[in-house]
Design a protein around this ligand. Structure first.
Ligand code: MEV
Length: 427
């Protein structure tokens, strides 16, 4: 049977679902009822979600949680996090509490410049191109006036346009490298609209435009967050020893890419969760962060640590392109609420909050890895997932959780305990 379909986007949700069930579900009715179960009963809210993308047939839930007690630049925040990984929010909350007793987190935005490029081919003499560019440069900026008008009023707009010769890397390849300030919006649509107008104004018979698009590499949209404490306050006892071990763990991530990727993935656990909860683009943030981690030509840690004069210092430097206006931030009711929970931050404040979440998550991971190991905390949080997989009822969950309190959790051990419980009919 052919699984091809035409005009799918014109089908109603019911028609799409039925088509899908007929062609792809093992059990049509079960599949349909799962999809229906996740549709919102409030039709207006469902319509809103349907219209975010094309061909919506249901909603895919992930948990939305709060990590309270984050002190950032003297203010206390409760961080909204959307994430499915069981230990992330618990770890964030523990770390927030730990640092709230040691002066909290400090964060500052280093720069907020965003980038877009018009990529084009030109076969003639570079000098000719340079003088043409110099002649039309102000016209290029003026041609975007109607698009940039509102942004300029808010203090943003085009910062500069640079002609870049890339022919040593690719024959005939040049670009207009355009820098932007987009204030409180992430600015993707704004940047792309400006670039297309600039390209149209710039092109001529010899200039062949290939494409115009923003860059998600934003090394000059940079934020720093840090914590510090006396080494003696780092751990209940032998703080200096554990602080040193922690610094070594960061040093390892700086020299060993296999470790650095996992180390930075842990940072992104905290970052992506808030990026998603605030309706921002986590793919863009992740792509930009990993590119920044490789800027030296080698993939390295996004965090840094040192001990100096008996003090432990730990900090992150990360590019974050975020918005607190526009896009999903005001459309998705939960994204809107997340911004309310964060006290309506500016994009700069949100950069600081999110950098802190990344630093906190890395702190939690490295502290666990260099002391008890990661599995103790992970498996404890994972216990509920395992019990749910095994379809444990409420009573079974209660008994097993009690049984494993303070003990090492493994899939096998839980399966065995549950089996014993069920066969011995203890419940
Ligand atoms: C798991 O999601 C993240 C960690 O692997 C991070 C790390 O190893 O640093 C725990």
């Amino acid at each position: 049977m052919s699984k091809r379909v035409s005009g799918f986007s014109k089908f109603s949700i019911e028609e799409k679902t039925r088509w899908l069930a007929r062609n792809y579900f093992k059990d049509e009715n079960t599949g349909i009822s799962i999809l229906k179960q996740y549709l919102n009963q409030d039709q207006k809210l469902q319509d809103l979600h349907n219209e975010f993308i094309e061909n919506t047939i249901s909603n895919f839930y992930i948990p939305y949680a709060i990590a309270p007690n984050f002190i950032i630049n003297g203010q206390t925040y409760a961080l909204p996090m959307a994430i499915e990984e069981s230990s992330v929010v618990a770890a964030a909350s523990l770390v927030a509490k730990f640092w709230s007793n040691r002066g909290g987190f400090k964060a500052e935005v280093v720069s907020t410049i965003k980038v877009g490029q018009v990529h084009f081919m030109f076969v003639e003499d570079f000098q000719k191109l340079t003088s043409y560019f110099n002649n039309v440069k102000s016209q290029l900026i003026e041609s975007t006036n109607s698009i940039t008008q509102n942004m300029r009023k808010r203090g943003g707009g085009i910062i500069d346009i640079e002609l870049r010769n890339k022919t040593s890397e690719l024959k005939n390849y040049y670009q207009l490298h355009v820098t932007f300030e987009t204030v409180d919006s992430m600015g993707a649509n704004f940047i792309n609209s400006c670039l297309e107008v600039i390209a149209n104004t710039f092109k001529n018979e010899s200039i062949k435009i290939v494409m115009s698009i923003l860059s998600n590499y934003v090394p000059e949209c940079l934020v720093k967050a840090e914590v510090s404490c006396n080494v003696d306050d780092f751990f209940v006892d032998n703080g200096a020893y554990y602080a040193q071990k922690f610094v070594q763990a960061v040093q390892i991530a700086n020299v060993e890419p296999y470790r650095a990727v996992t180390h930075n993935k842990g940072i992104m656990n905290g970052i992506d969760a808030i990026v998603l909860a605030t309706g921002n683009d986590f793919r863009a943030v992740a792509a930009g962060a990993h590119a920044y981690a490789s800027r030296s030509g080698k993939y390295k840690s996004l965090t840094h640590a040192k001990i100096e004069n008996g003090k432990f210092h730990f900090w992150i430097e990360i590019p974050l392109s975020l918005g607190t206006v526009g896009g999903l931030t005001k459309l998705h009711p939960l994204a809107k609420l997340s911004l309310e929970i964060l006290q309506q931050p500016s994009a700069k404040e949100l950069m600081q909050i999110i950098a802190v979440a990344g630093l906190a998550q890395n702190f939690a991971a490295l502290k666990a890895l260099t002391t008890t190991g990661i599995q103790q905390g992970h498996m404890k949080m994972h216990l509920m997932n395992i019990l749910n997989q095994m379809e444990a009822n409420l009573n079974e969950k209660r008994i097993i959780i009690e049984k494993f309190e303070g003990k090492t959790v493994s899939h096998n051990a839980i399966a065995k305990a549950l089996h014993t419980l069920r066969t011995e009919n203890l419940i």
